[in-house]
Design a protein around this ligand. Structure first.
Ligand SMILES: *Cc1c(COP(=O)(O)O)cnc(C)c1O
Length: 725
């Protein structure tokens, strides 16, 4: 590869110079987004999880071409940065952010005119240390946006050294704005084929000159130290959207709100409508009818996806608090659009998002039914678009290589629907290769864990941290071995996810292993929000169970906790385990996506009938179900410890587990059939290409006929809304 062709990957515009896309491609994408006729889309999310260490087409390209350096200093700097620098962008807390990232990657693969807007958190979400005596210890994540590949600081036009900042008005109870600045970063979300991209604009409010209240709210995602910080974070997103697209000259038509966090953008849009009508004196002249008419107009531009039936995920603020930070005109608007039907002194931003949109989506069929019960006034509008995952991100390199070699799967990267044509009984070769890939991925996970145990043991000597794994206190011969049935569980530690469910009756669990001499590894990971004390207790309980399980099962049961759950660990786990456990209280897991990542790799799920699994279970062809699956109602949404159904659901798990272990240890063929059924039945449905195609239906975007027909193909695969439960 010559320097000149590497140079073709450099592009620029008046805001900066970028690596990874040609000038021609850059211009195409940007002009689509700046063309009002196209009705492009702005995807708004509080968090975006798209770590380049799990999906990075440019690095893959440099590796394939074996490019290690370049004589041209500028190009060489890019090569070094892309091949060797830290590749994490810790701007996510969990499923919501990872879904956003996966969605944007599929938008790029499908060549859709989309831009995304989120915030940049200098201290990330948080980094997790785990100590066996203390449990989770959280601390800020320091990272270097400037050194991170795929992320670019934009520059002020005409002043290449000067970062681009935009002015954002905040009112704080005043009638005239306090102008706050945010620096703009752009992440290039490149398609797998490197032929399109989605720009993500991240607003960094942590500037040296920023007032303290801004800094305090800007540094960490979901900082929950106070309600005012929470409200400020929402405002920082919502208030920046119009100034940002104006400054860049981009003209999105539809705003897609990924959760309600950015919904205050609608206030600014309503004000713009009223200003058109009345000019600067709109505040005095507008009537309630004017406000409602403007709100209706704005609603036509909003698509809203709600992600959880859990009340803590819905945004409510006391009216007093909000009045202290808001403009008088906003207050009048909020009184009309954000009122809470039950609590008169609160604004309900989830209800506001429910009111102001042209489409409401839930994230699975069951979640749709629950959301309709929760918000009966909007029931007819609430549709299901079941979540997916970006198959090219989550299928392991080993599995990818075996799909590449399979004659039945040509084109699987572009078209995940091709898996529907697999006939498992006739796929001996694929089955064999998949089995080998699985072994290799299991070995990789086991190696990772054993190296971690060694590091923890060293840490114990060097620091005050007590290692979070009982196994590190045992001789290395007792650590993990490949080929042992390994069950994976990793997600945020919220109490409703019941990480500890299967340890409810330790005696019964240990007996299952002892009776048949079945060794089992239980590999757990996940973070609890720093303010979520009950969530942290569940995490601590997992640690406390390690020694008891080991002793009671005479060393057959090994329970591991991997600290610092992130996308990299998720990818290792979903490919390296033999089954993926999901044990929430139904119906609180609106969708869940980690189980889909496992399914993409052929790994069967063992799950409560909740979220996506109601659609992915296929009468047992793809895995196992357990626990309560009766009708659900609003009353079932409680997270009260008494209502979490531990005894019933864990008992159902203990009844099921021996059957699964028997299949794994004695009927390998049956186990592999389930793996192939996951490829055939679940990859075509639970991928974000299909999901994106369903969303496109709601966007009113103008696409070329070719694009329209390629998207049609994905939509034909599955329609989330179609069949009733
Ligand atoms: C996929 C993923 C999640 C979401 O998993 P759920 O099953 O939806 O809870 C959270 N965190 C990380 C790092 C992930 O990769």
């Amino acid at each position: 590869m010559s320097s000149s062709s590497l140079a073709s990957l450099v592009s620029s515009n008046r805001f900066g110079t970028y690596f990874g896309v040609s000038q021609e491609l850059f211009d195409t994408v940007w002009s689509n987004l700046a063309n009002p006729e196209i009705n492009s889309i702005a995807y708004i999310s509080m968090e975006i999880g798209a770590d380049p260490d799990v999906f990075h087409p440019i690095k893959d390209f440099l590796e394939t071409e074996n490019i290690l350096q370049d004589p041209n200093p500028q190009l060489n700097a890019y090569v070094q940065k892309y091949r060797f620098n830290e590749r994490k962008i810790p701007n996510y807390s969990g499923g919501l952010g990872v879904l956003a990232g996966d969605t944007l990657k599929s938008f790029a693969d499908l060549h859709l005119p989309v831009l995304a807007i989120s915030l940049l958190y200098r201290e990330g979400y948080f980094s997790q240390i785990v100590d066996s005596k203390v449990g989770q210890i959280d601390h800020a994540t320091y990272w270097k946006p400037g050194a991170t590949p795929t992320l670019f600081p934009l520059h002020t036009p005409g002043a290449p050294g000067k970062p681009l900042t935009i002015d954002i008005p905040f009112y704080n109870g005043l009638q005239h704005p306090i102008v706050v600045q945010a620096q703009v970063w752009m992440k290039i979300e490149l398609s797998d084929a490197r032929d399109y991209f989605v720009p993500e604009f991240l607003l960094d409010y942590s500037l040296p000159e920023a007032p303290n209240w801004v800094k305090e709210s800007a540094q960490q995602l979901y900082n929950a130290k106070s309600t005012i910080i929470k409200a400020n974070q929402r405002r920082m997103l919502g208030s920046a959207i119009l100034p940002l697209v104006d400054a860049l000259g981009l003209t999105p038509h539809t705003l897609h709100l990924n959760e309600q966090h950015g919904v205050t953008v609608t206030l600014h849009m309503i004000v713009r409508e009223l200003q058109k009508q009345y000019g600067e004196n709109f505040g005095e002249l507008m009537t309630d009818a004017d406000i409602l008419a403007a709100a209706q107009k704005v609603a036509q531009q909003i698509v809203y996806t709600i992600h959880t039936p859990v009340k803590a995920g819905h945004d409510r603020f006391s009216r007093d608090l909000y009045s202290s930070i808001s403009h008088k005109a906003f207050e009048r608007i909020l009184n009309l659009v954000a009122h809470d039907d039950d609590i008169a002194h609160e604004y309900n931003f989830t209800a506001m998002a429910m009111r102001l949109n042209r489409a409401i989506n839930s994230v699975s069929r069951l979640h749709r039914d629950v959301t309709r019960k929760q918000f009966p006034a909007f029931a007819p509008k609430i549709k299901a678009i079941t979540n997916g995952v970006h198959h090219l991100t989550w299928i392991s390199a080993q599995r990818k290589a075996c799909f590449d070699r399979s004659p039945s799967l040509t084109n699987w990267r572009q078209d995940p629907s091709c898996f529907t044509s697999l006939i498992p009984a006739q796929e001996q070769k694929l089955s064999q290769e998949l089995h080998q890939a699985w072994q290799a991925d299991n070995q990789a996970l086991v190696d990772y864990i054993n190296i971690m145990l060694r590091r923890h043991r060293e840490q114990m000597v060097e620091t005050w941290i007590d290692p979070p794994n009982f196994l590190s206190s045992l001789p290395e011969q007792q650590w993990l071995e490949p080929g042992v049935f390994t069950l994976g569980f990793a997600r945020r530690f919220s109490t409703y996810k019941r990480a500890d469910l299967i340890f409810d009756d330790m005696g019964r669990l240990a007996d299952i292993l002892l009776k048949n001499n079945w060794p089992v590894n239980f590999v757990f990971a996940g973070k609890a929000h720093p303010a979520d004390e009950p969530g942290k207790s569940v995490l601590k309980l997992i640690l406390d169970n390690q020694e008891e399980l080991y002793r009671r099962s005479q060393g057959l049961g090994k329970l591991i906790f991997i600290p610092g759950y992130d996308m990299h660990i998720a990818k290792l786990m979903v490919a390296g385990v033999h089954a993926w456990l999901n044990s929430p209280k139904r119906p609180l897991e609106a969708s869940g996506t980690s189980g889909m990542k496992a399914a993409m790799n052929g790994v069967p799920n063992i799950s409560i009938m909740d979220g996506w699994w109601v659609e992915g279970y296929h009468n047992g062809l793809t895995g196992w179900k357990f626990g309560y699956e009766g009708p659900v109602d609003e009353a079932d949404l409680s997270e009260d410890p008494e209502s979490l159904l531990y005894a019933e659901d864990s008992s159902a798990f203990y009844e099921l587990l021996p059957q699964i272990l028997d299949i794994f240890y004695n009927k390998q063929q049956d186990f592999m059939t389930r793996a192939l059924e996951n490829l055939r039945l679940n990859i075509p449905i639970f991928n974000t290409h299909r999901m994106a195609a369903e969303y496109v239906n709601q966007y009113a975007v103008s696409l070329s006929p070719e694009l329209q027909s390629s998207i049609e193909r994905f939509r034909k695969l599955y329609q989330s809304e179609e069949s009733r439960l």
